[in-house]
Design a protein around this ligand. Structure first.
Ligand code: DP6
Length: 361
C-alpha cells in the first residue's frame, strides 16, 4: 500500500452523529527510530514490542455542524479541559485532513486518558496518537462501511505516524516493524506492519518492567532529538547499523536466541544515548540512577545467568526486559535491588500485548 491508497474516493454514508472509543498501547523499540525526514519519514527502520498495560483510551463523540471552514473540537484529558493540548491536535488535523476529508464536517468531543500517571515521564505520544487515529478511522469506516480490515489498520498506522512516528507501531501486532528495509517484505516508511517473520514463543509474552527513574518532563523533546541527527558526524553509520540490526534480529527472534537478543537490544539503547551525547548541542539523558540500574542488571545477569536486559527511551527511565518464565525471580530482584533507584520506588509492570482494541459501550 502507498499514500495514494489512503485518499478516500467517496463516502456512501454521512451519519448526523456518533460515538467511537479505542484503547491503544504504548510500545518499546528494540531497534530504535532516531532521525527523520519531512514528513515523519524515518531515517532508518525500527522494530518494537507492543505493550499492554501502558495505554491511552480515547473516545470521540461527533456531531454534524453547519459551517465547514475550520476544525472544531473540544479536548478533555482525564476529565478536564486541556487548552494546552489543542495545538497538537490542530496540527495533526491539518496534516491528515487530506486523508480524512470529513474532518471539517463534524464537531468532535475528544476525551482521553492514560493508564499510567501523566507525570511518569513515559511517552504518551505513541499511545495517544494511535488511539486518536483508531477513533478517526472508526468514524471513517462508518462513512465507508465497505472498507476492509487491511486498509483500516494500515491507514490507522499511517495516520498515527503523521502524529508521532513511534505511534505507527502501536496499532496492530505484538512485534511491529516500521521503515522500508529491502529484506523485509511489505515494509514501509509510511506505516508500521506486524513483524512478518517467524517469532519464537518466548518473545510473545516477554515482560517489560518500566522503572521510573525520573518522572519529570522530558529534557529533550522528540522533535529536537530527531533533529540532532541532521549533520550528526555519526549519523550515516548509525542508520546503517539499524538496518543491519534488523537483519541480525531475524534468526534471533525466530530461534528465541536470548543471548543474541540481549546484545542487540542493549547496544541499540546505548547507541541511542551515544547519539545524543555526541550531537551538537549534546545531552546526557541518563541520570546517575539509570547507570546504577544498568550495572545492577549486568551483575545480576552475570551471577544468575537469568536472561534479563534493559532498554531505554530518550530519557532516564529504564525498561527491564525478561522472559515470562523468569518473572518471579526478576520481580524479586527488582524489588530488592532496583526499586530503590526509582522515584518514590515506583515502577510499572507491563508485557507484550497485541495492539489497539475497540472499547464497546
Ligand atoms: C527514542 O515517535 O516520539 O522512543 O516522530 O517526533 O513524535 P516523533 O518522535 P517519537 O520518537 C521516539 C523515539 C524513541 C525510539 C523509538 O521509539 O523508536
Amino acid at each position: 500500500m502507498t499514500e495514494q491508497d489512503f485518499l478516500p474516493k467517496s463516502y456512501s454514508n454521512f451519519p448526523d452523529n456518533g460515538f467511537v472509543k479505542w484503547k491503544a498501547p504504548s510500545n518499546i523499540a528494540l531497534v530504535k527510530y532516531w532521525g527523520k525526514k519531512p514528513v515523519q519519514i524515518p531515517a532508518n527502520p525500527s522494530v518494537s514490542f507492543t505493550l499492554d498495560t501502558c495505554a491511552t483510551t480515547t473516545s470521540i463523540a461527533f456531531t454534524k455542524k453547519d459551517e465547514q471552514e475550520a476544525f472544531s473540537f473540544d479536548l478533555l484529558f482525564e476529565g478536564k479541559p486541556r487548552e494546552d493540548f489543542k495545538p497538537k491536535i490542530q496540527t495533526f488535523f491539518e496534516r491528515v485532513e487530506k486523508y480524512l476529508p470529513f474532518l471539517k464536517e463534524y464537531h468532535f468531543q475528544i476525551e482521553t486518558s492514560n493508564s499510567f500517571p501523566h507525570s511518569s515521564g513515559i511517552a504518551s505520544s505513541a499511545s495517544g496518537m494511535a488511539a486518536l487515529s483508531m477513533c478517526l478511522m472508526d468514524i471513517e469506516k462508518q462513512l465507508n462501511p465497505e472498507m476492509d480490515d487491511t486498509l483500516f489498520y494500515t491507514k490507522a498506522s499511517f495516520l498515527a505516524r503523521l502524529g508521532s512516528g513511534s505511534a505507527c507501531r502501536s496499532v496492530k501486532g505484538d512485534l511491529v516493524q516500521w521503515g522500508a528495509h529491502e529484506n523485509i517484505p511489505n515494509s514501509s516508511d509510511e506505516f508500521g506492519v506486524p513483524y512478518p517473520f517467524e517469532v519464537h514463543e518466548v518473545f510473545k509474552s516477554y515482560c517489560d518492567t518500566i522503572l521510573l527513574v525520573h518522572k519529570g518532563e522530558k529534557q529533550v523533546s522528540s522533535t529536537v532529538g530527531h533533529n540532532l541527527m541532521h549533520g550528526h558526524p555519526y549519523a550515516e553509520t548509525r542508520f546503517q547499523q539499524a538496518f543491519d540490526n534488523l537483519d541480525a534480529l531475524k534468526p534471533i527472534l525466530a530461534k528465541g536466541d536470548l543471548e543474541g537478543f540481549i546484545k542487540i537490544v542493549e547496544s541499540e539503547a546505548l547507541t541511542l544515548h551515544a547519539m545524543m551525547m555526541t550531537s551538537m548541542p549534546y545531552f546526557i539523558l541518563m541520570k546517575p540512577n539509570t547507570l546504577e540500574i544498568i550495572n545492577k542488571i549486568w551483575e545480576y545477569r552475570e551471577e544468575t545467568k537469568v536472561p534479563v536486559c534493559f532498554t531505554l527511551d530518550a530519557g532516564a527511565n529504564v525498561h527491564v526486559l525478561y522472559p515470562l518464565n523468569h518473572k518471579e525471580e526478576v520481580q524479586k530482584f527488582i524489588d530488592q535491588k532496583l526499586a530503590q533507584y526509582c522515584e518514590n520506588g515506583q515502577y510499572i509492570n507491563d508485557q507484550v500485548g497485541k495492539g489497539a482494541v475497540e472499547i464497546k459501550g
